[in-house]
Design a protein around this ligand. Structure first.
Ligand SMILES: Cc1ncccc1N[C@H]1CCCS(=O)(=O)C1
Length: 105
């Protein structure tokens, strides 16, 4: 098994953080602003949490990193209408991630 190189994931995370449509995902969803969120979404995930986990070596392989990114987008689809600003941003960002992910050698 190839040794896990966090640098690839860190670079892709950085690209996502500065993406035009990243704004809904930069920080954990504010459950005071969205009181329903905690009830509906059992495993919240956001880019700052992924960044912290990478920094703390919580990911043992790149697939664990990818599964948190995909969790973040699935949460977004559950809570937001497709035809909403956050919903649309989620579809843009998921498309970007899935297109870049296979290029991660
Ligand atoms: C990803 C997500 N899912 C559900 C609700 C909200 C969010 N994101 C929020 C993040 C802070 C800015 S906002 O409040 O406009 C949107």
């Amino acid at each position: 098994m190839l040794q896990f190189k966090p640098s690839y994931c860190r670079n892709l995370l950085c690209e996502m953080e500065c993406h035009e449509h990243a704004w809904p995902f930069l920080l954990p969803v504010n459950t005071k602003q969205f009181p329903q969120y905690k009830k509906v979404i059992k495993s919240p995930m956001d880019l700052s949490t992924i960044k912290r986990k990478l920094h703390e070596n919580s990911y043992k392989c790149k697939e664990e990193f990818a599964s948190d990114v995909r969790l973040m987008f699935s949460n977004c689809e559950v809570f937001n209408e497709d035809d909403s600003p956050v919903g649309r941003a989620g579809h843009h960002m998921r498309g970007y991630f899935e297109q870049r992910w296979p290029q991660l050698t």
